[in-house]
Design a protein. Structure first.
Length: 264
């Protein structure tokens, strides 16, 4: 299996890292493109993969082509490679707002399409990806794509109408969680804790809490109640967060993100 990444920045590198770690294919069977030769050299040295500035050559070379450029240049990039894409190849997209119908329209012919939304925790093998596909993708091809996506975390196949929600709840939400970790650590620093230690305490608390949700299957509200002893310290903090609109701020942030993604 040969895989090409058209555009090799943060997300592509996270995905390639997972593929190499799980040994899904050899580094020599992965090709990635950048517009700058300097980035090609760096990516070749860092990951041992093939690199080129020629998007058409990379797109024609692989069985699976991942479009990992910014959404703003999807249209231009598809126009550049569409002639060399055949109906045997699988095209995986990772941009928000680019629907299967829009993508098919840009290619102007039958192309096997898998539309995904990963996130940057993929860099440490803890990504969360939502995926949907068009009717040309066989169950075996979907299985291969899921193997790739699962190499850097979890993947759930969803109906396409939920892809914008995926972009908000997992694609972009790591940014909000990092802000929360930073704020939690700042509060500990204000109490005299050294900064490095404060990040460790805050981040591990978030990691452990997330694991509790995933591994126990308990309702987050029940897990919150387990921390809040009657008359205790935690419920005082819960009161402040409710007063300051913590939950509605998070809901509004994700809603704004989903709205932007829908219109990209
Ligand atoms: N970052 C996230 O959290 C995240 C999450 C989910 C989905 N995504 C999606 O993933 C895609 C990539 O995002 P990213 O965060 O990885 O962006 P990024 O770090 O900016 O990577 C994009 C890469 O594309 C290369 N590039 C630009 N123009 C090119 C061209 N004409 N031909 C070939 N390569 C070109 C750039 O390198 P050169 O300048 O050297 O060309 C850059 O390394 C986007 O569609 C984004 O929406 C990102």
């Amino acid at each position: 299996m040969k895989i090409s990444f058209i555009g090799c920045g943060n997300m592509a590198k996270a995905m390639i890292g997972g593929i190499l770690k799980k040994q899904l294919c050899d580094a020599k069977n992965i090709m990635a493109t950048n517009s700058s030769e300097k980035n090609c050299v760096r990516n070749r040295q860092e990951m041992g993969i093939e690199t080129t500035t020629d998007n058409r050559a990379a797109a024609g070379w692989a069985d699976i082509v991942v479009l990992s450029v910014k959404p703003q240049i999807y249209e231009k990039t598809i126009a550049e490679i569409k002639d060399v894409i055949t109906k045997k190849q699988l095209v995986i997209t990772i941009a928000p707002g680019k629907t299967l119908a829009w993508l098919a329209d840009q290619f102007g012919k039958d192309v096997k399409l898998i539309r995904c939304m990963p996130n940057t925790p993929a860099l440490v093998g803890e990504g969360m990806t939502g995926a949907c596909h068009n009717e040309l993708v066989t169950s075996q091809e979907l299985e291969t794509a899921l193997q790739i996506l699962n190499s850097f975390g979890r993947t759930v196949v969803v109906s396409e109408h939920l892809m914008d929600a995926v972009g908000g709840v997992s694609g972009s939400s790591p940014a909000y969680i990092f802000m929360m970790i930073e704020a939690m650590a700042d509060a500990a620093v204000a109490e005299g804790m050294p900064r490095g230690q404060a990040y460790e305490f805050a981040a591990q608390a978030v990691l452990g809490s997330a694991k509790l949700v995933l591994e126990t299957g308990k309702h987050p509200g029940e897990l919150k109640d387990m921390v809040c002893s009657p008359g205790g310290t935690t419920i005082q903090g819960v009161g402040v967060l409710e007063e300051r609109g913590f939950r509605s701020a998070m809901m509004e942030a994700i809603r704004a993100c989903v709205e932007k993604g829908r219109n990209m």
